[in-house]
Design a protein around this ligand. Sequence first.
Ligand SMILES: Cc1cc2nc3c(=O)[nH]c(=O)nc-3n(C[C@H](O)[C@H](O)[C@H](O)COP(=O)(O)OP(=O)(O)OC[C@H]3O[C@@H](n4cnc5c(N)ncnc54)[C@H](O)[C@@H]3O)c2cc1C
Length: 474
Amino acid sequence: MKQIAIIGGGISGLSAAFYLEKARASGAELEYTLFESGQRLGGCLSSDRIEGCLVEAGPDSFLTEKPWALSLCKELGIADQLIGSNDSQRKTYIVVHGRLIAMPDGLMFMVPTQLLPTAFSPLFSWSTKLRMAQELLHPPRPMHEDETVAQLVERHFGAEVVDRLADPLLSGVYGGDAGKLSARAVLPRFVEMEEQYGSLSRAMLAAHKKMAAMARTQPSRPLFTSLKDGMQQMVDAIVGRLTPDSIRLRQFVRRIYPEDSGWRVAIEPSEDERYDAVIVATPAHVAGTLLDGVDHGLARNLLDITYSSSVTVTLGYYKQQLEKLPPGFGFLVPRSEGTRMLACTFVHNKFPHRAPDDKGILRCFLGGARDEAVLGLSDEEILQTVERELRDIVKLEVRPIFARVYRWRESMAQYEPGHIARVGQIEKRVAEIPGLALAGNAYHGIGVPDCIRGGMEGANKVLQLTPESQPARR
Ligand SMILES: Cc1cc2nc3c(=O)[nH]c(=O)nc-3n(C[C@H](O)[C@H](O)[C@H](O)COP(=O)(O)OP(=O)(O)OC[C@H]3O[C@@H](n4cnc5c(N)ncnc54)[C@H](O)[C@@H]3O)c2cc1C
């Protein structure tokens, strides 16, 4: 019987466990054990109910176009629980000199695809608008060295677009800094478009036309998908499918060592245990430490992937207290505004099933790559900051009926220039080591669907391990 250890009980490790369980139920001769150092499963996925409102501590949804989360929900039998974002109400604001300015229609990520809304938008200065018009003539750029997102966007549209769009959008998705994230890893389509078309606007217009033609033949799908009872519902559904004896909470894995015919896993507070295969589904900075005794170069590469931390603050209000808020999904705050808040989502507008009719929820994001210090503040200090900044930005003078602060230390992998090459080296080395697989948000995408895909691929790799495979060696 093949014995498999999974280290880390976030969505990556849980997905690996689910696909191993599926293979076991279909007759594969295996047993698996999932080690989680914390008291609960789900990692970043965690939902609470407060005053009848659904509060997401971590991710609130996933991108619908990436298929792995949807497929998993279907396999789990919870497809009827999926909900889409209220895209008809999708409007996002950028704070400029303390005022909310709507992102103009036709802006795809940060590239204008409709000239008139951008030309009349107060979001950009006239010199930036001129720059955007000139961008249409940008010549194709052959393959070149990786660069930061800020460098790529500034070359095309100027520094104001980096400040007002690229940076706030990336701090929303990655908790990251456009000046540090790799264009090739984070915006691969932009890099390809530049190579092929030169102008990103022209490339986006061409893509937009194709998408519009497809949309005429296919039913439109929401941009984001979530679950009626929150992202925790996915975690609970997976856990419900696993063999209860296979889950070990409060078990901290310290090291992994190759042993003659497999692996020795050093666990606190238990004795070491032996496994044929190991799936490491922790953040890369943990994976690097665990694997230092297996391959020092591999460990070094893993430790070189940096992480940022973030804080989410959810505030509940009576609906009538929020009457002055504009319609839409929320706002992003450029760094140049000097606030600690990076973004705020109007949760009750973004998704159905989040708040009773008489209540509304605001979710604010702080921290990220440039403000690690916010994690050191007390909940009271964080709440005071958020309430003061909401007063300044959206003139919200009332106290919330509830407030909850969540801290996420070193949870978001930062894909810096060179990331793709580094991950290539990591994967080449891991492919040479039988019975070892990695999964997590450090490799091919930070979002939930990519983590699920990573867990599934990790499970597939160890399922292919045969007794004839060579044992791992230093
Ligand atoms: C605030 C926030 C908002 C986000 N929003 C979105 C969103 O809206 N949509 C989206 O798609 N993605 C979002 N993400 C990203 C996404 O949630 C994460 O990338 C993903 O959940 C990571 O899952 P994981 O299993 O790889 O890692 P984690 O969730 O970090 O899980 C790793 C687990 O390993 C355990 N562990 C660590 N070390 C050890 C050890 N030595 N021994 C045993 N166990 C160990 C940890 O306790 C943890 O439970 C968000 C992330 C955050 C933090």
